[in-house]
Design a protein around this ligand. Structure first.
Ligand code: IPE
Ligand code: IPE
Ligand code: MG
Length: 253
């Protein structure tokens, strides 16, 4: 991963170019639903948590590749507001993994100019996890490279509810409410909306991810489970995105 000029020549950009990616038309913001960790582990006769550990290892690589490629924003779905419904030991294992990862990756993020941000109801997490996540966000705040947003205890509906609560608390009247105003009260209103949303492991659904911001993003589903989603699949997804015609409701000839 390089920390300086993202547009400089590097191995990832050269490989992407050979794989058919147009480096001049990259999506500014990629969102990923990292799915299939459990199935990946099960297929190997291993516990689900093993799949999550491999998923984390893979995220480090994909973040580095996106940074080298020149993607400006990467948002990943790490734990949904509905994932609390999973068995307690899996939930606990995931929380521990998140805490360890945030602690262990701080140095990597500082070295590589990565700015970490959060999306989700962070106040509902344990104090220890909340502290390490918020510390990482604060410590990387001045970094100017890729913006890496970790969606934890995130739900698209919850995000919209939280925005509406803010608006009501601020005393807005019904006629004041516009799409721009709602957008301005989402978790990270300064970020551009995702252009490309990738989901791994073959499932074709949103699962409550970025419902508002994803209204017009291009969805690309890869059959590969998240622990195996590598550089080749990333390039394929970007190239697929580049072959789509985005219309935003208009007529595009
Ligand atoms: C995605 O993998 C990771 C999280 C939801 C935390 P899954 O755990 O959903 O994997 P599958 O879908 O059961 O294979
Ligand atoms: C979405 O995956 C959440 C994350 C990847 C963190 P799920 O595995 O929870 O989604 P469903 O339950 O298959 O819709
Ligand atoms: Mg799943």
């Amino acid at each position: 991963m390089r920390s300086q000029d993202k547009a400089e020549d590097n191995a990832v950009r050269r490989q992407a170019d050979s794989a058919g990616v147009d480096l001049a038309r990259l999506p500014a913001h990629i969102a990923i639903i990292m799915d299939g960790n459990g199935r990946w582990a099960k297929a190997r006769g291993r516990p689900r948590l093993m799949g999550h550990r491999e998923g984390y290892r893979n995220l480090r690589k994909v973040l580095a590749d996106c940074s080298d490629l020149g993607i400006r924003y990467l948002t990943v779905y790490a734990f949904s507001a509905e994932n609390w419904r999973r068995p307690p030991d899996e939930v606990e294992g995931l929380m521990k993994l998140l805490e360890r990862a945030a602690r262990d990756e701080l140095r990597m993020m500082l070295q590589n100019n990565v700015r970490m941000r959060l999306a989700g109801r962070i106040d509902e997490l344990s104090p220890a996890l909340r502290r390490v996540l918020l510390d990482t966000v604060a410590t990387t705040e001045g970094n100017t490279g890729i913006v890496f947003t970790l969606a934890v205890n995130y739900g698209g509906r919850a995000e919209i509810v939280d925005a509406v609560r803010d608006l009501v608390a601020a005393g807005f009247e019904p006629n004041d409410i516009t799409e721009e105003l709602v957008s301005a009260h989402l978790y990270n209103p300064d970020q551009p909306e995702p252009d490309l949303m990738i989901r791994t492991a073959g499932e074709v659904r949103w699962s409550n991810f970025l419902l508002w911001q994803g209204a017009y993003c291009e969805l690309v589903v890869s059959d590969v489970p998240w622990p195996e989603f590598g550089r080749r699949q990333l390039f394929e997804a970007v190239a697929t995105f580049q072959h789509r015609t985005r219309k935003f409701g208009a007529v595009v000839e």
